[in-house]
Design a protein around this ligand. Structure first.
Ligand SMILES: [Zn+2]
Length: 138
């Protein structure tokens, strides 16, 4: 099994529906063939794909602050990549390297940093993770 086959096989039906709807065109022909095969194998028809996408789009995107979901497809398969950003006030002689995490949904390609509401939730979530690591037991 190829890496992409393995990845797509781990996706839930709704996630495949979003991959098909939003990212299909961005993939190479070989990958598209793999996507087609998996979709067929799962019995996902065009109608089913459309209804899965519509259903998830209507859903409230967050129910639990410990889980960050993509605001569009509601998948938890969000990937963060570190990027360097420089503020106008940045002084390189101080030796600081400003880093910034960029979050993107792996399933539908949604850019989460550009989403105001989720961006805020995401920050809270990350803050909670870091503070719970530091927290002492009473
Ligand atoms: Zn998504």
């Amino acid at each position: 099994m190829s890496k992409i086959e393995e990845l797509l096989s781990s996706y839930e039906d709704f996630e495949l529906a979003f991959v098909y709807t939003y990212l299909y065109k961005t993939y190479l022909p070989e990958t598209r063939t793999t996507i087609d095969a998996i979709i067929k194998q799962r019995g996902l028809t065009q109608e089913k794909i459309i209804s899965l996408v519509e259903e998830k789009m209507k859903q409230e995107y967050i129910k639990n602050e410990t889980v960050v979901r993509c605001p569009r497809c509601k998948s938890e398969k969000i990937e963060g990549t570190q990027e360097l950003i420089y503020y106008p006030s940045h002084n390189p002689s101080e030796g600081q390297t400003p880093k910034y995490m960029h979050y993107r949904c792996n399933v539908c390609g949604y850019d989460i940093n550009n989403d105001k509401k989720t961006g805020k939730v995401l920050k809270t979530w990350l803050k909670n993770i870091f503070s719970s690591k530091k927290k002492k037991k009473k």
